[in-house]
Design a protein around this ligand. Structure first.
Ligand code: HEM
Ligand code: HEM
Length: 464
């Protein structure tokens, strides 16, 4: 009998438990969960928020979907800029099974967002990482304000943004919420979500459901419009770096070459190229500084950094060879063989700089800017090339005019016309009263081919 009663009370408890666990689902199934969502088709990103009404803990529910194939992490943040925003980063868990790792972090302009334990997140059903996608549904407690900022739950356009990590670190799998993630490959502009429309019954938002206030976003994630502040990763340091480098390689060095060929003044070439070297020095300095300070590949192992340092070495070598070669020329009065290497190293350093600028632009995800950069470089090459060619042509013509052969010819025709009383356009003398002045002497003919096709170093006077 006692056994019966015990069995009966156990059954009641079980049924009650079962019912109580099913209740929220049956309620949820019948209640629409209000949400606001946004879909970015090109980047394959979706984000939706639900704002529980009257939540004392200031909770929020989110669903976030992002591409996992070419990105080792994905994240979204609340705020008008990276700095001090509350960011949720997702990446594959250590065993890469089921749910992803969800890491709440506080954004920082100069380094990776730092993990925060001040907000509590619970991953909910339906979260997973496949080969293609991260999907995370979660409940965030105490998420409407944090030490550094807050989100206005009554706003109709609360600011959000997302970012996607790079591909290189593709095997990022960790359960560690503080895992150091690599810099993002791209980020969105700030976009709004209507918190007011998302307020009501709590639950995981369902994008496209009856209660969802859906919108679509513009994927233009290529510019610096990040709430007016410098975008993360495109910081002022990076901008200075890119300016020094691009200016040096695209204008100063080609300009130094052009001026040498146009004006044939070594001191002008020396001055301009030395200024270029100074710019490259500042560019490499700022490049290394931002790499370390902003934790952008701080061990300098990215191909852009390696090729950049190599380019710097080639630039310094070019400069040193130019200087030593020129000093030797001034001392001995004959062109130094060192100059041959300078003439190879010079164009090589300019080419390396051009290639590395394109790699740098690709690294920051500005693929569109690469085309502009290539077009501008081509224009510079065409202008410099044509000016040098024009100058060479004029020089050859002048050299031919001043050659002994030309002089002889001029003198000869003058002699003939003098003898024949003819014009210089006459076609040869019928009778010679006197031989032409150079007759019987060997004339040092300078043929067109034997003229150097461009100004050689020995044409540049040591004192210039
Ligand atoms: C030939 C030399 C180099 C050139 C022409 C060059 C040029 C560039 C350019 C155009 C960018 C894109 C910046 C932007 O659009 O925001 C860039 C980014 C960058 N460069 Fe360089 N760079 C060179 C060498 C270096 C070196 C030696 C380092 C460091 C060791 C370096 C570190 C960086 C870093 C950290 C970024 C930012 C990457 C990011 O935000 O993901 N660069 N560089
Ligand atoms: C990194 C800095 C420099 C770069 C990128 C550079 C680049 C060049 C280039 C591309 C040429 C080849 C011209 C041609 O083939 O027609 C050249 C020639 C020359 N450079 Fe430089 N140069 C640099 C620094 C210097 C310096 C510091 C001097 C020393 C005064 C110098 C002296 C010369 C001279 C005298 C020539 C003529 C060589 C010849 O005609 O054989 N260069 N330079």
């Amino acid at each position: 009998m006692a056994g019966h009663t015990q069995f009966g009370s156990r059954a009641v408890v079980l049924v009650t438990l079962l019912l109580s666990s099913l209740l929220p689902f049956s309620l949820a199934a019948n209640t629409t969960i209000p949400s606001s969502s946004i879909t970015f088709d090109d980047d394959h990103v979706k984000l939706a928020v639900n704002v529980p009404e009257g939540s004392e803990k200031a909770d929020l529910y989110f669903t976030f979907e992002a591409p996992a194939k070419d990105h080792n992490w994905a994240g979204f943040g609340m705020g008008t800029q990276m700095d001090n925003s509350l960011i949720f980063v997702v990446y594959r868990s250590k065993d890469n099974q089921g749910e992803p790792t969800l890491s709440p972090r506080i954004g920082n302009q100069h380094q990776m967002p730092i993990f925060t334990n001040k907000v509590n997140t619970t991953i909910l059903q339906g979260s997973e990482v496949t080969d293609d996608k991260f999907i995370v549904n979660f409940h965030c407690m105490g998420c409407r304000s944090w030490d550094e900022g807050e989100v206005d739950a009554t706003s109709t356009s609360a600011p959000f943004f997302y970012a996607l990590g790079p591909e290189e670190q593709g095997n990022l799998q960790s359960d560690d919420k503080e895992f150091r993630i690599n810099r993002h490959e791209l980020h969105s502009d700030i976009f709004p979500l209507d918190m007011k429309a998302a307020t009501g019954t709590n639950g995981v938002p369902v994008i496209g459901s009856a209660g969802d206030n859906a919108s679509t976003g513009d994927d233009d994630s290529d510019d610096d419009d990040f709430g007016g502040s410098p975008r993360y990763g495109g910081s002022r340091g990076v901008a200075f770096h890119a300016f020094f480098m691009s200016f040096a390689f695209i204008l100063v060095f080609p300009g130094g070459y052009l001026f040498l060929r146009l004006f044939e003044r070594v001191w002008l070439h020396w001055g301009i190229q030395s200024f270029g070297v100074l710019l490259v020095f500042l560019g490499v300095g700022s490049g290394i500084a931002v790499s370390i300070r902003e934790q952008i590949s701080p061990k300098l192992t990215h191909p852009h950094q390696i090729i950049g340092i190599l380019t710097f070495i080639v630039v310094l070598t070019t400069w040193t060879l130019g200087l030593i070669g020129h000093i030797m020329f001034k001392r001995k009065g004959i062109p130094s063989p060192i100059m041959k290497f300078h003439r190879i190293a010079g164009p090589s350093s300019i080419t390396l700089g051009f290639i590395n600028a394109c790699i740098g632009l690709a690294w920051v995800g500005r693929r569109g800017a690469i085309i502009g950069y290539i077009i501008f470089s081509l224009l510079v090459a065409i202008v410099v090339g044509s000016l040098v060619m024009m100058k060479n042509k004029r020089k050859r013509r002048r050299a031919a005019m001043n050659s002994s052969a030309a002089q002889n010819f001029r003198e000869g025709t003058t002699a003939y016309s003098h003898v024949r009383g003819d014009s210089i356009q006459g076609h040869g003398p019928a009778n010679f009263a006197a031989p032409p002045p150079a007759y019987g002497q060997s004339v040092p003919l300078q043929t067109f081919e034997s003229q150097p096709l461009r100004t050689e170093y020995y044409n540049v006077q040591p004192n210039k």
